[in-house]
Structure formats: structure tokens, C-alpha cells
Design a protein around this ligand. Structure first.
Ligand code: SAM
Length: 357
């Protein structure tokens, strides 16, 4: 997958939420910063012991740094955004103006390979800095034990506010609800969709605006690539009458069904393995947080799922592919009405009849 792919950019850590749930280490000893973990034996020779490489990166540099770290990270990479605390420190907003932390994981067992990987990464990051893009921090290296991993990432997943009134509450956290709050209870497990990734947040923000216009009812909603079910749940809680979520990944289907149940939406929602075309009656809103290449390929199918006055919210578009996606949407009979952006990610809102709800 390319670095422009949200799943590649953030997915695949050995355990935990795959789009931002950062692992933590409660027992590992940090190796010295030139890869000392590869020189001494601090428990790094055991299977299930990983080296975590981490770099603070400005939002403009996140994708480039992720790509560099991803070259050596057989255990995957993750991006943890900076937060602004809210609700007296119990909740948070993502702060895209401050550096995120990009983390990558590689097995510690083969010390020579680890030392080479750290060396190569440091050189590549140095080249990146030489190109003068936005500042990036130093490369940190530490030891992470897989046994601690499965639960530890949860510590980095706060109650998250998105848009005006959406609140994403991890199931293991409490939240003191304000009168207007729309609270999604979520355990993403290994599925994509925690709300920590810009592509998800852009979709949620656009959906909230569309929901405000459509209030009190959102009609029928299709969520293509439902992942954890986060967008389907938001649609349900914002007033959708019926929701269909599709995803070819069985892990996503299981996670989404569980999350739909947690939010009391099972009677209005069907989650299915698969994609578009769904064979369902037309939808008033189609949500598609995919990647640009898929949006281009699926544009005619996404358009065909829409009712004549329906709205498509498409996200996961890396900025240099925006033109391709716009062209594909136009060719599929869609008119792009709105654009939202965060860092290098773009979401587009489009309709078939060229008018807003
Ligand atoms: N909807 C969630 C969100 O907004 O956070 C997850 C989005 S994640 C970027 C993309 C999802 O699309 C993944 O769960 C992936 O399995 C799914 N996917 C991949 N190929 C697909 C396809 N051809 N059709 C539908 N979904 C697909």
C-alpha cells in the first residue's frame, strides 16, 4: 500500500486499535538512541519483544515520516495525534496544529537487522529534514513487550470530541454527558475507526453538518468500508432511520456489529461482509471513508447507491489524489459541493442533483 493510504499510514500495529491506538511499555528499558537495544541483552532476544521507533512530526510531515518508518516496520506503524484536553481533563479534541507522534514496530530479536533498520531510518529522516519540510523530531527507540501490548494502548485513547456535539467514548472510559452531546460508545479492537485518524474525523464533521440540515431524520444511510462501525453509529445516533454498513474485512464486520449493539442501534442497522453494489433500495446518505484509488474505482457504484437527492460523503483522499477523485465523481454524475481538509487529507461532499439538502 502507498503512504497515501490511510490504512497503511496508520494500521497494523501488533495489537490494539489500528488507527491511532499507540502502544505503551510499562517495563521495557529504552535502548540508547543509536540502536543500543541491538547491542545488549535487555530481554530483547525473546520472541514477542519489539522495538518501538517514534518520531514527533508536524501534520504536514506525518505521511512522509510514516512512509520512512514503515519501510522497516514489520509490526506496522501508528499515528497518535496531539490532544487538547477538554471536560476538565477527562476528554480531548485532536489538535492538528501540534506535532503528532508516528510510531513503528520491528522485532527486537534479530539485533543486527534491528541495528541496520534504526541506522537506515535515522539517515532517511535526516534526508527528509534536509529537504526543509516542516520540522520533525529526533528518532526515539525503546523496547516494548507484546505481553503488555493488548491493553496498554487503551491508555492513549481518550474520550474524544469531534465537530460540535459528537463524543467518542471508548467503552473503558466514563464521560459526563452535556445536554447536546451525541455519545458513541466504541471498542475498535483491531478494526479501523477510532476517531483518531483525520479521515474519520472529516467524515464525522461532514455528517454532522448534513444531519443538522436534514434534521430531524437522516433517512437511509449506507456506510461503505464501515471498519469499527464508527460512522454508521454516528449516523444512527444523529437520526438515521435505517443504516447498512458493508466491509469486506471479517474483523471489521465483527467489530462493527458489536459496536452497533453497544449503542442500541441493532434494530435499525445491518452490517454485512461485502461492498458496493449492495442491491439495496437507494440511500439518502452514502458514507465512504476509503482510499482515493478505491473511490475512483467505485465512483459509479457509489453514485448508483444514492437516491436522486442523496448526498455522498467521501473521505480518505490524500491531497495529491483529490483531482482524480473529483474527475471520477464528475464522470459518475456527481457534483462536488463541499470540501473539508485536515493536514494532507481531504473529504468531499457530493450530490447527484447538484443541490444541498
Ligand atoms: N469507516 C471507518 C472510519 O471512517 O474510520 C473505517 C474506514 S477505513 C479507512 C476503510 C475500510 O474500508 C476498512 O475497514 C476496509 O476493510 C474497508 N474496505 C477496503 N476495501 C473495501 C471495498 N472494496 N469496499 C468496501 N470497503 C472496503
Amino acid at each position: 500500500m502507498s503512504s497515501a493510504d490511510p490504512v497503511a499510514a496508520v494500521g497494523g500495529a501488533p495489537a490494539g486499535g489500528s488507527d491511532g491506538g499507540a502502544a505503551d511499555d510499562d517495563g521495557g528499558t529504552a535502548p540508547d538512541d543509536d540502536g543500543g537495544a541491538a547491542n545488549d541483552d535487555e530481554g530483547t532476544s525473546a520472541d514477542g519483544t519489539w522495538l518501538e521507533l517514534s518520531v514527533a512530526a508536524d501534520v504536514e510531515a506525518v505521511e512522509a515520516v510514516s512512509e520512512i518508518l514503515g519501510r522497516v516496520a514489520s509490526g506496522g506503524t501508528s499515528v497518535e495525534p496531539a490532544f487538547i484536553l477538554s471536560d476538565e481533563g477527562l476528554g480531548a479534541f485532536v489538535d492538528a496544529s501540534r506535532p503528532a507522534t508516528v510510531r513503528a514496530y520491528l522485532p527486537a530479536r534479530d539485533r543486527t537487522a534491528a541495528r541496520t533498520a534504526i541506522h537506515d531510518t535515522r539517515i532517511a529522516l535526516g534526508h527528509l529534514q534536509a529537504f526543509g519540510i516542516r520540522p520533525i523530531g529526533d528518532l526515539d527507540v525503546r523496547v516494548v513487550h507484546e505481553a503488555d501490548w493488548a491493553e496498554a494502548w487503551k491508555a492513549h485513547f481518550p474520550v474524544l470530541r469531534v465537530g460540535r456535539r459528537l463524543v467518542i467514548r471508548p467503552t473503558w472510559r466514563r464521560h459526563a454527558r452535556r445536554p447536546d452531546d451525541v455519545v458513541l460508545a466504541l471498542d475498535p479492537g483491531m478494526a479501523f475507526g477510532t476517531g483518531l485518524h483525520p479521515t474519520t474525523r472529516l467524515c464525522l464533521a461532514a455528517l454532522e453538518v448534513v444531519a443538522d440540515r436534514a434534521a430531524p431524520a437522516l433517512g437511509r444511510v449506507l456506510d461503505v468500508g464501515t471498519g469499527s462501525g464508527i460512522l454508521a453509529i454516528a449516523a444512527g445516533l444523529l437520526g438515521a432511520d435505517a443504516i447498512v454498513g458493508v466491509d469486506p474485512d471479517p474483523i471489521a464486520v465483527d467489530a462493527a456489529r458489536a459496536n452497533i449493539g453497544r449503542n442500541g442501534l441493532a434494530r435499525r442497522t445491518r452490517i454485512r461482509a461485502g461492498s458496493v453494489p449492495t442491491g439495496e433500495p437507494p440511500f439518502d446518505i452514502v458514507l465512504a471513508n476509503l482510499i482515493a484509488s478505491l473511490l475512483v474505482t467505485l465512483a459509479p457504484d457509489l453514485s448508483a447507491e444514492l437516491a436522486p437527492d442523496g448526498t455522498l460523503i467521501a473521505s480518505g483522499i490524500f491531497i495529491d489524489r483529490e483531482g482524480d477523485v473529483r474527475a471520477a465523481f464528475e464522470a459518475a454524475g456527481l457534483t462536488v459541493l463541499d470540501r473539508l481538509a485536515e493536514g494532507e487529507w481531504v473529504a468531499l461532499v457530493a450530490t447527484r442533483n447538484g443541490t444541498r439538502l
